[in-house]
Design a protein around this ligand. Structure first.
Ligand code: ATP
Ligand code: FE
Length: 351
């Protein structure tokens, strides 16, 4: 079936058309320029922009795929979690389209979209281990089915992407912080400054990244007090030290997550990473080495499918449809919607 996917849960408006695992079109319109002056995503502005742009995303996706709206067999939409105004924009458009076309509607959990992406890109078999690491999220999941996820642990405060962004801000580097910090870290010595490795002394897979920002701030201010400013090499060394701490924490926690996952004796063990921070080469290299050591396949979807997009929503919608899941006009937008059923009960009908 030809599935139209819609995504509008944060600051990217997106539409995509998929047939099976074939991505016919994937249009993403970011909103960085709208929120830049506020130093973060402003929910009201995001909601308005989604309402204005989603139609265009759909039109462009149809044109790119060379199909008409009438050929669409089902509409999949992010129904949460996220900023409620944006999610509502998408859900309302999806309801209108599904009703108008007389095709099924399916509400998708945004995190499930990220978590199922390795099946779209690499055809991974269940169960696989997933590390979702982005600007807003950080968690280890065992993905057993399109609706069956176990959360092994995650951040108890900031997400790593957020920490990279704050680090960049504190050092006067450009946003988004991940790429600029990584670029500077390449010329840096990761051992010059001491950064903590939070929560490694505690069992389990939970993580904490907010303390790294405090450590960075302290060392930066000490340098400024001692020498009246920061030299280029100081910035590089601070970036390298910070990045190494994030990498080490994620890698050590991944080692524990892999051990828990391997207890299930998966037939084709695999670790997939997704989210913007998965673009980090230092982190990738370290996780790759860990997987080689533990006999686990390592996969990372291409970045355009790792960051927010609608192809993952259309794909996850397709898996749900194949399992017989559809929603009616009572589908609601949910600001909070944990993936793990044991963490909080899900309302299956979308009510
Ligand atoms: P979410 O998708 O969880 O709602 P988001 O939209 O902020 O949040 P993404 O678009 O997946 O997340 O990723 C953006 C984040 O990834 C930013 O915080 C950015 O700094 C970070 N990032 C991007 N490239 C890199 C990199 N090379 N190294 C580290 N972090 C990176
Ligand atoms: Fe996301």
């Amino acid at each position: 079936p030809l599935i139209l996917g819609l995504e509008s849960s944060c600051d990217d408006s997106a539409a995509a058309l998929l047939r099976g695992r074939e991505v016919l079109a994937s249009v993403v319109k970011g909103q960085n320029e709208l929120h830049a002056e506020f130093g973060g995503v402003v929910p009201e502005i995001a909601a308005r922009a989604h309402a204005e742009r989603l139609d265009t995303c759909v039109e462009e996706a149809l044109a790119e795929a060379g199909v008409t709206l009438q050929q669409v067999d089902a509409v999949a939409v992010t129904a949460g979690p996220g900023l409620i105004g944006g999610v509502l924009s998408g859900v309302m458009l999806a309801k209108g389209l599904a009703t108008g076309l007389g095709v099924p509607l399916v509400g998708v959990n945004h995190l499930a979209g990220h978590a199922l992406t390795p099946r779209l890109t690499d055809g991974l078999a269940f169960p696989y281990l997933m590390l979702l690491v982005s600007g807003g999220h950080c968690q280890f999941l065992i993905v057993r089915g399109a609706q069956d996820f176990s959360r092994l642990g995650g951040t108890i405060d900031d997400a790593p992407g957020e920490a990279f962004d704050k680090t960049a801000r504190l050092l006067g580097l450009s946003q988004p912080g991940g790429p600029s910090v990584e670029a500077r870290a390449r010329a840096g010595d990761e051992r010059r400054f001491r950064f903590p490795r939070p929560l490694l002394d505690r069992p389990g897979c939970d993580m904490s990244f907010s303390g790294l920002k405090t450590a960075l701030l302290r060392q930066r201010d000490q340098l400024i007090a001692d020498q009246g400013g920061l030299h280029a090499q100081d910035v590089s060394d601070l970036c390298a030290g910070f990045q190494a701490a994030v990498r080490d924490v994620l890698t050590e926690k991944a080692r524990r997550a892999i051990a828990l996952y391997l207890d299930e004796a998966p037939s084709e063990p695999a670790l997939a990473v997704a989210g913007g921070v998965a673009a980090n080469q230092s982190l990738r290299g370290s996780l790759q080495a860990l997987c080689a050591e533990t006999g686990v396949r390592f996969t990372a979807p291409p970045l355009r499918l790792c960051t927010d997009n609608a192809a993952m929503i259309a794909y996850a919608g397709g898996e749900l449809l194949a399992a017989g899941v559809t929603h009616d006009m009572s589908l609601s937008a949910r600001p909070r919607w944990p993936l793990d059923k044991s963490a909080a009960p899900l309302v299956g009908s979308g009510k």
